[in-house]
Design a protein around this ligand. Sequence first.
Ligand SMILES: O=C(O)C(=O)Cc1ccccc1
Length: 303
Amino acid sequence: MSRIAYFGPQGTFTEQAARALAAPGDELVPAVTIRAALAMVREGAADGACVPVENSVEGAITPTLDGLNEGSPLVAVAEWLLPVHFSILVRPGTTEVKTVASYPPALSQVRLWLEENLPDARQIATSSTAAAAVAVDAGEVDAAVCAPVAAEHYPLEVLATGVADLRDAQTRFLLFKQPGEVPAPTGADRTSIIASTPNRTGTLAELLTELAFRGINLTKLDARPTRNNFGEYHFFIDFEGHIAEPRIGDALAALRRRCSNVRFLGSHPRADGVAATVQPDAGNEDFDQAASWVEAVRKGDLA
Ligand SMILES: O=C(O)C(=O)Cc1ccccc1
């Protein structure tokens, strides 16, 4: 049995994802912030932490990116995708909504709905969607934009369900653990790194070219400021493939050579099962054969 921390409180989308990623019998423990969930793993208070990493409407969940670049390194071992449709919860008997609260990335995903349905409601930021339900229950705000499961945890009434500006919106969640064994490659994997480069012309282009040369498909690229020097960034790069593959190992070694620092954030199976694209002449056998050829030539075998 493992203890899995998740970005809570109870009733967040992340709790739903954590339930899907946890093994039967695992204990789920809410943490008030994404950083706190990650810290629980670093400190040994939890075996894993489930956190949101990006959504298809608003992009990266920046507290997760920043939380992964501080403290000791953690690695993602599994991912989960959730369709994101919100419920609007109010206290039973509410007739007027003057304030509506939620986690800012959630408010941005229902901007049009709020403009149309609650145009006069003042928007209030909370630390998660479920924290907004807690605030409604406590009488601090009138309505919360929440995950549908929040209605099961708090004694609130559902004003609307299935709320989303974009029907196909999805959020991707990752389960992070202490570095250790990497999950076995499946052919449909994702590898994530944080690349820190010296601040000179062309460094990002050089990194991306290393991947492009090897026919490795990028799945996400984000930049976060280093916070030390204005204009300097850490690059969060996700790409198809697994560190156990020769073609990916070769690319990672090249990136390591070009960067001042590379933080490995894990290789794990993709939740959508999409197999990696592999270019002709850039398959693992091609890398293996080329390396064997060099070995043979080194030994004087030119046949
Ligand atoms: O606040 C939550 O419920 C979360 O788990 C973060 C989040 C917010 C909006 C969409 C998906 C996940």
